[in-house]
Write a protein that binds this ligand. Structure first.
Ligand SMILES: *[C@@H]1O[C@H](CO)[C@@H](O)[C@H](O)[C@H]1NC(C)=O
Ligand SMILES: *[C@@H]1O[C@H](CO)[C@@H](O)[C@H](O)[C@H]1NC(C)=O
Length: 481
């Protein structure tokens, strides 16, 4: 229950969708991935590529079991990536493409200034954007540290389509980064080969999270006395994201998260959050969390008769701390909010800046969820209260001002719309007396709102008579107002 309680406590203090700081402050940034071309031993094949395999079903099962063990908990889940091999001395490395300045002037500055690299990258960004992708940056001298590393491959030419085709075939790949890299011809792991001749590799690196100019921050590295540098780096992100079963297609919210106000009935629609800290970005993991919350709530309705809040909508995004990815965040709600509520671009916590990226919202395709009762009833109810129309309601509902207690039977509030079909035992509408403040509402809305305004005293749940009946009890204090 830890993080649910924490989230609820924060909700009362701050905005409803404040982060689950209890969980977030325990997270460490996802480690950067270094993708060297290193042969530790003599390679048996010339293949220089790795892919990280990802099975959404397995990750979904992990989320599901974590949540069913403790449905209110957030969870850092660990799905460790492949470990890198260690290297041995001066092992000959794969020869890259036979282009670049290494033949004539094998220096870092010549590599970075080589005109053909930038010309190719710039041309690829304007004329060779693969179908289904958007180009996010071009011709940078850095590669990406994005979220959810999915492997890489070496290419024989700077071909964005080849790179895209490989990404499409990798389960979970949503983005790729293509660039030239100055690499050593032998592994420079000994004094005898500390700064060998270079070769140029064309790398195509796969990610499940977006590659952007913001996370293109890996400008290379020193390997002993050899300097690895990068040129002509371009980024591409898949324009569409897989839609989880049972949900409408995701609504892209960019670098903003939903910041929902209280709903029209005054309820906080935010339920709880979940965080996945490693592995690919996968919107389905949050769908699983949302479904688990809903099924848990369905099986454990509140015993005090209050509204049973179930997840119908979630917002998932990559949460960054000072620019480094912390994990995939899922914020769950009991009703759908449009993109116009995506106004939250981050938080400061002390001097740390938490920001949002790759934000998507998903809504249950059967029902988007709804407030406790319809918004027009809520509006009529506040008109009644602000114009002090409780006496009108009392007579409308046939309450006797002198009596201590009146009972009104209504259909259940589980699905809020049923409130409009309230069936009052003693309904007795008085002719030609609808107050001006209520004239814009339908009679059924006024009746429902009067029922609510008159029920501020207590609400008693179902008795044995009918499984689907809620009894509102109003005392005469209401009608004497
Ligand atoms: C983009 O991602 C969607 C959802 O995963 C996938 O169906 C589609 O094939 C991808 N598009 C391309 C061009 O790879
Ligand atoms: C969507 O809502 C319906 C109606 O409440 C529910 O039966 C269904 O399980 C929900 N779907 C998902 C994927 O949660």
């Amino acid at each position: 229950m830890r993080s649910y309680i924490a989230a609820a406590a924060f909700a009362a203090l701050a905005q409803a969708q404040d982060l689950d700081w209890d969980a977030v402050l325990q997270l460490t940034p996802v480690p950067d991935v270094t993708i060297p071309v290193v042969y530790a031993t003599v390679p048996t094949t010339t293949a220089t590529a790795t892919t990280v395999s990802y099975t959404s079903d397995a990750a979904a099962a992990a989320v599901s079991s974590a949540l069913s063990a403790n449905p209110d908990d957030s969870f850092p889940l660990d799905t460790a990536l492949a470990k890198r091999a260690t290297s041995t001395s001066c092992q000959v490395q794969p020869t890259g493409v036979s282009l670049g300045p290494q033949a004539t002037d094998d220096t870092v500055s010549a590599f970075l200034a080589y005109p053909s690299f930038s010309a190719t990258a710039v041309a690829a960004a304007s004329t060779a954007v693969p179908n289904g992708y958007v180009n996010t940056f071009s011709n940078m001298q850095a590669s990406n540290n994005a979220y959810g590393y999915m492997g890489y491959t070496l290419l024989t030419d700077y071909n964005t389509q080849t790179c895209a085709d490989k990404c499409t075939k990798i389960n979970g790949c949503q983005a790729f980064n293509i660039y030239y890299e100055r690499d050593p011809t032998v592994n420079p792991d000994s004094d005898s080969c500390s700064n060998p001749a270079s070769t140029t590799n064309i790398k195509c690196v796969f990610w499940s999270g977006p590659v952007t100019s913001d996370n293109a921050n890996n400008a290379g590295q020193w390997r002993n006395k050899f300097q690895v540098v990068i040129a002509g780096s371009n980024g591409y992100v898949n324009k569409s994201i897989a839609t989880p079963v049972g949900y409408n297609a995701g609504v892209y919210l960019g670098n903003s998260a939903i910041n929902a106000p209280l709903d029209c009935t005054g309820d906080d629609s935010y339920l709880q959050s979940a965080i996945v800290t490693t592995g690919p970005f996968d919107a389905n993991l949050c769908a699983v969390a949302c479904n688990e919350q809903a099924s848990y709530a369905r099986q454990h309705p509140p015993t005090d008769g209050s509204f049973n809040k179930m997840c119908y909508f979630y917002n998932t995004y990559i949460l960054y701390k000072n620019g480094q990815a912390l994990g995939q965040y899922c914020a769950m709600y009991d009703q759908t909010w449009s993109s116009s509520y995506a106004k939250n671009t981050g938080y400061y916590y002390g001097s740390d800046h938490y920001t949002i990226g790759f934000s998507y919202a998903f809504s249950n395709s059967t029902s988007g969820g709804q407030p406790r009762y319809p918004c027009n009833v809520a509006s009529a109810k506040s008109a009644i209260v602000s114009a002090s129309l409780q006496p009108y309601c009392s007579s409308l509902l046939g309450f006797n001002p002198a009596s201590a207690t009146q009972t009104v039977t209504v259909t259940p509030t589980v699905q809020a719309t049923t409130l409009t079909t309230l069936n009052y035992q003693q309904q007795k509408r008085q002719a030609a007396s609808t107050p001006a403040a209520l004239q814009k509402y339908a009679a059924s809305v006024i009746t429902s709102a009067c029922g609510l305004a008159a029920t501020s005293v207590s609400v008693i749940t179902t008795t044995a008579t009918a499984a689907a009946t809620t009894v509102y009890v109003a005392t005469s204090t209401v009608s004497q107002k």
